[in-house]
Design a protein around this ligand. Structure first.
Ligand SMILES: [Zn+2]
Length: 145
C-alpha cells in the first residue's frame, strides 16, 4: 500500500480502512448507518448514479433525489482473494469481492459474506446486509439468498 493511498483513507484499525464520506456520498453513508441502501437518482432524467456524484453523467443536472433500493441483485462477477501482502490481512483471508447489479440497475462493489469461495457464482441472487463497523460507520455487504 502506498503512503499516498493510505493517507487518503481514515484507518479504523490495521485490519480495516473506512472510506471518508464526501458531501455527495454523505446521504449514502447516513442511510447505511440506518441499515438502508439509498441510491442517488437524477431528478431531471431519472439516471441512477453510483457512486454518488456532483452531476448527472447523462444530462449534467445537479438536481437529485434519493431512492430506497430493494437491496436485492445478482452477482455480475467476483474475485476471491487468497493471498494479500500485508501480514495484518492474513486473518481476513480468503475473502470474496463481488460486483452486484442491483434491481434498480446500478452496479455496486462489495464483499460477499456467508458464502464459501467455492460456492460463489455469477448470476447468483444476493441481498444486502449491513455490517456496523463502528458506532458511526456501517458497510453494505451482500449475501446469497
Ligand atoms: Zn440526469
Amino acid at each position: 500500500m502506498s503512503e499516498r493511498w493510505a493517507r487518503s483513507l481514515r484507518p479504523f484499525s490495521k485490519k480495516l480502512l473506512i472510506p471518508k464520506p464526501t458531501r455527495y456520498s454523505k446521504p449514502f453513508w447516513e442511510a447505511t448507518k440506518r441499515h438502508e441502501l439509498m441510491i442517488q437518482e437524477c431528478a431531471d432524467c431519472g439516471e441512477r448514479i453510483y457512486p454518488p456524484a456532483p452531476i448527472c453523467p447523462r444530462c449534467l443536472s445537479e438536481n437529485f433525489k434519493w431512492i430506497k433500493s430493494s437491496g436485492k441483485g445478482k452477482v455480475l462477477t467476483f474475485s476471491t482473494i487468497y493471498a494479500f501482502g500485508p501480514s495484518w490481512c492474513a486473518e481476513l483471508l480468503p475473502y470474496t469481492i463481488v460486483l452486484v447489479r442491483l434491481e434498480e440497475g446500478i452496479v455496486m462493489m462489495s464483499h460477499l459474506i456467508d458464502c464459501k469461495p467455492e460456492d460463489a457464482k455469477c448470476d447468483m441472487d444476493v441481498e444486502v446486509v449491513f455490517e456496523d463497523i463502528t458506532e458511526d460507520f456501517t458497510m453494505p455487504r451482500f449475501k446469497p439468498i
